[in-house]
Design a protein around this ligand. Structure first.
Ligand code: WQD
Length: 351
């Protein structure tokens, strides 16, 4: 395997590299001197993010970035990418990610997320690349019995097809290692990624009405929506609203870079939680964002949302000890950067 601890000798294929987490990870990799090849079909992202990446990293680092507009499920397109570049490792972000939509469109979700992963790993195998970092999720822990969640906490049944795709892809990648011990798999279980690049040039740009709390709050702050809808205030938490472990997208991006360095020369399958270890309630988020944008954001209490858990937050000891990685940004930083992005790009990349 050619991955080395010298980033300048490494070439990484990033699927979904124009998306929210993918684009921030690409910036961190380019800034470390890694050569990056993005494959993204732009089905839920904008090509404009490529200009923003160039602006952030500068012309020299941007020379090491190549973009292909292609569906990861398109085997011919993938083969062409692997023929054109000596890919050392893949970071696989590409996938559909809207929980509610996945309930309405299970065939599309299973077919896209699982199908593209199978196409990808088959193409990797055919080209002798067996190192992959997968974008997994704390959703695989389901409704936890105990907090904080460690990597040894049991996987629990998912409550929607999106969650099942993450759950099953973890199993699929684990099976590869059992069948062929040359595979090198890292499963990164993200908690709740929020925030934006501190420059304000890149951030989350959901199409339609945001499903997730932070982009919704940010759109209320910028005047695109009237009030935050708080889903339930009768949970068994200090203020009754749901508690999550929000993590700044730049910390998450750094976590991928740390995993890439760590996996050099290894084989096997390892799981890491990427969170902050801190739980924050919905009302605490509304308050923190209000402070960031300088006005009290209106909110209304609604019934609980189906499928939501009361609370989850991570124990990130394993990532700290093994990857040497730790989250650095707090909730105030996350809201500041999210507001900076949202207020300077009120309509996202298309604004
Ligand atoms: C956070 C909290 C809501 C919206 C989901 C996926 C997960 C991952 C991240 C994404 C909860 C409350 C939300 C709103 C609210 N995958 N809320 N009003 O549900 O923890 O995780 O997104 O790609 O796999 O399950 O995140 O941001 O939707 O919700 O009150 O308008 O905010 O009830 O307590 P969640 P979220």
């Amino acid at each position: 395997m050619r991955i080395t601890t010298q980033p300048s000798n490494t070439c990484v294929l990033v699927t979904g590299g124009c998306g929210f987490i993918g684009s921030h990870t690409v910036v961190v990799l380019l800034q470390q001197g890694v050569e990056v090849v993005i494959v993204d079909d732009l089905s839920n992202s904008s090509e404009k993010v490529l200009d923003r990446i160039d602006q952030i990293v500068g012309a020299d680092a941007a020379e090491k970035l190549t973009f292909y507009q292609a569906d990861v499920n398109d085997r011919e397109a993938l083969d062409a990418v692997f023929d054109a570049h000596t890919i050392d490792a893949v970071i696989h972000f590409a996938g559909f990610k809207a929980v509610g939509e996945s309930v309405q469109k299970p065939i599309e979700y299973y077919s896209n997320n699982i199908g593209n992963t199978l196409t990808l790993v088959d193409a990797m195998r055919a080209h002798g690349c067996k190192s992959i970092i997968f974008s997994s999720s704390a959703t695989v822990y389901g409704d936890p019995d105990e907090l904080p969640l460690t990597e040894a906490s049991p996987k629990k049944p998912a409550t929607n097809p999106y969650g099942w795709t993450k759950w099953m892809i973890e199993e699929i990648l684990g099976s590869l290692v059992v069948a062929d011990p040359e595979w090198n798999v890292v499963l990164l279980r993200y908690f709740n990624p929020i925030g934006a690049h501190p420059s304000g040039l890149m951030g989350e740009d959901p199409k339609g009405i945001p499903n997730n709390l932070l982009p919704y709050v940010a759109q209320v702050a910028v005047g695109r929506r009237d009030a935050v809808h708080v889903f339930g205030n009768d949970y068994d938490t200090p203020d009754g609203t749901g508690v999550r472990d929000y993590i700044h997208v730049m910390d998450l991006a750094e976590g991928h870079a740390a995993a890439l360095t760590w996996m050099a020369g290894r084989t096997g399958c390892e799981v890491f939680n990427l969170g902050t270890g801190q739980g924050t309630s919905v009302l605490e988020i509304v308050k923190a964002f209000s402070a960031a944008c300088g006005r009290d954001l209106p909110y209304v209490i609604e019934p609980r949302r189906a499928g939501d858990v009361t609370a989850n937050y991570a124990d990130c000891t394993k990532a700290r000890e093994q990857l040497g990685w730790e989250a650095r940004y707090n909730i105030a930083d996350m809201c500041r950067d999210s507001w900076n992005w949202q207020s300077t790009n009120p309509n996202g990349y298309e604004g």
